[in-house]
Design a protein around this ligand. Structure first.
Ligand code: XMP
Length: 507
């Protein structure tokens, strides 16, 4: 059913493309992402959105699309940024380099408050990210909105083709969701998006991909791998769930993970590999190197435990994919290598041995999916935890002593957040070690010890984040407990950095 009247989003490579899919789904419509060359495989779309992208339409390798085919669907089409520029070219206009790249906020001033701009304010903030501009508009072009300088930022060609220069999908475009909603209202009978349907679709895709083979999945106790394991169980495929304890987990996490899986009726096998991990990490301080060691070792240990299973399932989500993308493999640029994107896994992927059913989903959608699979709310609402564990919260070298400090401080912080009702109000919170020794006084003695950093953020999808204005009371009580109970620490700091430019984790 998903092929009928769904919203097809053609991906021209913007970092934000998946957000368009997500916004459309939030508006209750079924949306799917396609490559431009997949246009002939859209089935029966009810509306089509062309995303933005990093290329210039004049680049020799600029992605193009079969316009006659696009037109033949007879449905409303919205071009966003690069998508709008492409439409302008197809309709006889030109696209030229802007005098300077426009990045950041601008103003949207609709010419009329009908159609695409129904219910919008006279002026509202929009978010721009482009270096080309539409010029020489053809006679068939209508300007629907301009910016504060009078430059066209939205165009229409006839009744079905629309373009917007800004990104409606990012929250910095304050009324962007309304623009998307208005666009969707121009389509007829769009298919509804319900997590229940998504679940059914994922279950049948899993059954089809796995067939009679055995699939193994690594579980960490985190939301993603937990939902994945329960999904595989629900699909009824031949599966084994393996929990590799790399020793870089939160305090007592191993016990909790085993207890939770028992509650859910999914048997798991545990491998205690902490000796091995600490051994390999000895003396290694470079963040990407640490990630690589942990990622590759994880696969080795895991694969050893597995024997000769035919498929590996991973709970990779979209933000993991986008942030590890290489310039070559994808059009978005590399920020850091995520645990589930190390060479070894990429190699397995080439052999068609990796299953990533959640790769199109964002965290909150995975949580909703988890609930619909019957997983209890306290498990589904656990804060995200990175694959490389506390290693990325321990800048510099990683050893047991440092990890124990983080575990103890983190347990104190999290319990304080829970006690004050702030755990569920934050997207992610943790303690990290700042391996800088400073002077202090303990008792009557001089101390020369490390600092602990506390971080609590809110985020919608981990792609951007803001630090949380926690009540001073929580910070004070946490700091007091850490300074009095965690040996080796004489200073506690609260991290007030947004993402970007910082990231959520320290490494
Ligand atoms: P950053 O630090 O990149 O984190 O802002 C974004 C989100 O991703 C989590 N994270 C990871 N998750 N494997 C994962 O599965 C990883 O290697 C990894 N690194 C970071 C991080 O905890 C945050 O929620």
């Amino acid at each position: 059913m998903e092929e009928m009247n769904h919203v097809a989003v053609l991906d021209f490579g913007s970092q934000y493309t998946q957000l368009i899919v997500r916004r459309v789904r939030e508006l209750g419509c079924f949306a799917k992402l396609y490559k431009p060359e997949e246009l002939s495989r859209l089935g029966k779309p009810g509306a089509i959105i062309l995303s933005g992208g990093p290329k210039s339409t004049s680049d020799s390798d600029a992605p193009d699309l079969d316009f006659a085919l696009l037109d033949s669907f007879g449905v409303p089409v919205l071009g966003v940024c690069y998508g709008m520029q492409l439409l302008n070219l197809k309709f006889g206009g030109t696209v030229e380099p802007s005098e300077k790249r426009e990045y950041g906020p601008a103003e949207l001033i609709p010419e009329s408050k009908e159609g695409l701009f129904k219910d919008l304010s006279e002026r509202s903030q929009i978010w721009m990210s482009h270096s080309d501009t539409v010029k020489n508009l053809s006679d068939d072009t209508t300007v629907l909105a301009v910016n504060q300088h009078g430059t066209p930022v939205s165009l229409a060609w006839g009744e079905r083709f629309f373009g917007i220069q800004f990104h409606p999908e990012v929250t910095h475009s304050h009324e962007g969701t309304q623009v998307l909603k208005n666009f969707l209202e121009l389509a007829t009978d769009l298919a509804e998006f319900r997590i229940e349907d998504m679940k059914q679709e994922l279950l049948s895709e899993i059954r089809e991909q796995v067939g009679e083979r055995q699939v193994v999945c690594g579980v960490s106790g985190g939301v993603d791998s937990t939902v994945l394991a329960v999904l595989l169980k629900e699909a009824g495929v031949n599966m084994r769930a393996i929990f590799v304890d790399h020793g870089l987990m939160r305090k007592d996490e191993g016990i909790e993970v085993r207890r939770n899986f028992e509650r859910m009726g999914v048997p798991i096998e545990t491998v205690d590999a902490s000796e091995l991990f600490f051994g390999r990490l000895e003396g290694v301080a470079e963040p990407e190197k640490k990630r690589e060691i942990i990622g590759n070792l994880f696969v080795d240990v895991f694969w050893d435990a597995v024997g000769d299973a035919e498929l590996l399932a991973q709970g990779t989500l979209y933000p993991d994919v986008i942030e590890s993308a290489s310039n070559e493999g994808s059009k978005a640029s590399k920020i850091k290598t995520h645990h589930n994107r190390v060479d070894r896994i990429l190699e397995l992927q080439k052999q068609g041995k990796v299953l990533e059913p959640l790769a199109e989903l964002f965290k909150d959608e995975v949580r909703e999916l988890g609930l619909s699979l019957g997983i209890e709310a306290d498990i589904v609402n656990r804060h995200p935890f990175p694959g490389p564990g506390l290693a990325v919260r321990c800048p510099g070298v990683v050893d047991r002593k440092r990890v124990t400090i983080i575990q103890e401080a983190d347990a104190i912080f999290i319990s304080k957040l829970r006690e004050h009702g702030w755990y569920d109000k934050t997207w992610q919170a943790y303690a990290c070690l700042i391996p800088v020794k400073t002077v202090g006084v303990k008792g009557d003695e001089r101390s020369y010890e490390w600092a602990v950093g506390l971080r609590a953020v809110i985020s919608e999808d981990a792609m951007t984040a803001d630090w949380v204005e926690l009540p001073y009371e929580i910070l004070r009580e946490t700091s007091h407990l850490i300074l009095n109970n965690v040996p080796g620490v004489n200073r506690v700091l609260y991290d007030v950095s947004t993402k970007p430019p910082a990231s959520i984790e320290w490494e």
